[in-house]
Design a protein around this ligand. Structure first.
Ligand code: MN
Length: 469
């Protein structure tokens, strides 16, 4: 279980009784918050901090503990901030500054100086906030009584983003083949993305996969087909084609497990030894949370894996999409997003159908794929581009709608309104260099992306829609 460490700032001038009370409050508040978000991470109270040495020990523990995805700090009393400098300088995990009190209300008839000395986060957290600012430490601040729903939900959001960052820092991606020839936006500086986000995106020959496919047994393939029949609806009698994809799926599964892979890419220009472009196989893996980027797009593969992790405990769908074509009816403009094959069933609003159709590109056999209508509701679209000097995240709000009937379209499809209007949203995307591959979600928000960008020090441009949920 991944965890957040929680520690409380104090100082030793107040005496044993106050320190004990601070520690008791820390334990109680930690246990309360743990109970509220333990489906995402556990929250473990660590200590009441009285000295620089203790801060350093806490930060060393947070850094070294593989299960620790971040730290929550709260100054119950005044806590001189110079003692935090040395430790904060070595912390390299996400930090949440919790600005709260153990009491919700002021006990007006009883309040005395002892009460004020004990419960002075309004004072102590300002001292702490100053040193965070002075040190330039990117962090999230959450203000309010710790039991209030708004506070709990902000801490939950931080936990989900911290979990995704931890996932990102340990993410291995397999690139079968290279970037599609001549394509610009899908390419990028893999050394820099590893430095910035932790992504170890390495090349593998498609032959490595073909070997595994050839070793797939009949019973492994049968078991995969059984799984498909439980999850999807068969709308084809070309079962050999589905069987071929099932073999790819089994082989990819083994490869992913063996090499600790969380995301992968392929390209239809390098399918030597494969009879079909992997379609259904890739879609089924995406449905299990594996990131994917087509045409060698390792950034989208990794970003989609990270954002799927971030949204894993939420209701809704998150996954890769490609901008395809528009309905430009004036003032009612709509976008249609899809891909050649590879759209995640996590983005489905109805039970996906397995269909087999020829592909007009690549010169291979007709591949099996999942066809479905997409999720609906308010959502976001987010992409990452490499500007040479830095990576940039671009994010905007959209409204996913029920797709129109398109009986001859042989792929999964999503339709949405670009917000706040087609003109404003599309101009924003294009002028910021947004590419045609992105991640779409109806359960992540711009705030999640803002926090991810802040904590990973990533350039971000966003276009809010002002549309209410
Ligand atoms: Mn594409």
């Amino acid at each position: 279980m991944k965890k957040l460490l929680f520690a409380v700032g104090c100082q030793d001038l107040y005496g044993e009784e106050v320190i004990k009370k601070v520690t008791d409050d820390g334990k109680r508040i930690g246990a309360f918050l743990d109970g509220r978000i333990k489906d995402v991470v556990s929250i473990e109270f660590r200590s009441t901090i009285l000295s620089s040495d203790q801060v350093v020990r806490l930060m060393n523990e947070a850094n070294a503990d593989e299960d620790c995805v971040g730290l929550i700090l709260w100054m119950h009393t005044f806590s001189p901030a110079k003692m935090w400098i040395k430790g904060l300088q070595i912390l390299h995990k996400p930090l949440l500054h919790l600005h709260t009190q153990s009491n919700e209300r002021i006990p007006y008839s009883d309040i005395d100086m002892d009460f004020m000395n004990l419960n002075q986060s309004a004072h102590g957290d300002r001292e702490f906030a100053f040193i965070l600012k002075r040190l330039g430490i990117k962090h999230k601040t959450v203000c309010g009584f710790y039991q209030h729903e708004s506070v709990v939900s902000e801490i939950r959001e931080f936990a989900e983003v911290a979990l995704a960052i931890d996932y990102s820092k340990n993410l291995n991606a397999a690139c079968f083949g290279n970037n599609m020839r001549e394509v610009a936006v899908t390419d990028g500086d893999r050394v820099q993305s590893q430095i910035d986000f932790g992504w170890e995106a390495n090349y593998y020959g498609i032959g490595d996969l073909v070997d595994l496919i050839s070793q797939t047994t009949e019973s492994e393939t049968d078991a995969k087909l059984k799984e498909y029949s439980l999850k999807y609806q068969f709308s084809t009698d070309r079962l050999e084609s589905v069987r071929e994809q099932a073999k790819y799926d089994v082989a990819l599964h083994k490869f992913i497990k063996k090499n600790h892979i969380s995301a992968f890419t392929d390209t239809f220009q390098d399918l030597h030894g494969l009879r079909q472009l992997p379609g259904l196989a890739v879609q089924n893996l995406m449905g299990e949370g594996i990131g994917f980027g087509p045409e060698g797009d390792y950034k989208t593969a990794c970003l989609s894996a990270v954002l799927m992790k971030m949204s894993e405990k939420r209701d809704g769908g998150t996954g890769f999409i490609e901008d395809y074509t528009y309905d430009l009816t004036q003032n009612q403009e709509l976008e249609l997003g899809s891909h050649m094959l590879e759209v995640s069933p996590k983005l489905a609003s109805d039970k996906p159908r397995i269909e087999v159709h020829p592909l007009s590109i690549g010169g291979k056999e007709a591949p099996a794929r999942l066809v479905f209508n997409g999720i609906q509701g308010k959502g976001i679209q987010v992409t990452m581009i490499d500007l040479g000097s830095s990576f940039r995240l671009i994010a905007m709000e959209i409204e996913l709608i029920k797709a129109k009937d398109m009986p001859k379209l042989p792929v999964a499809r999503l339709m949405w309104k670009i917000l706040p209007s087609f003109r404003e949203g599309t101009e924003f995307w294009l002028e910021n260099g947004g590419g045609h591959h992105s991640v779409i979600s109806n359960c992540l928000t711009l705030d999640d992306i803002r926090l991810f960008a802040k904590l990973t020090n990533t350039d971000l441009v966003v276009l809010p829609s002002n549309l209410k949920n």
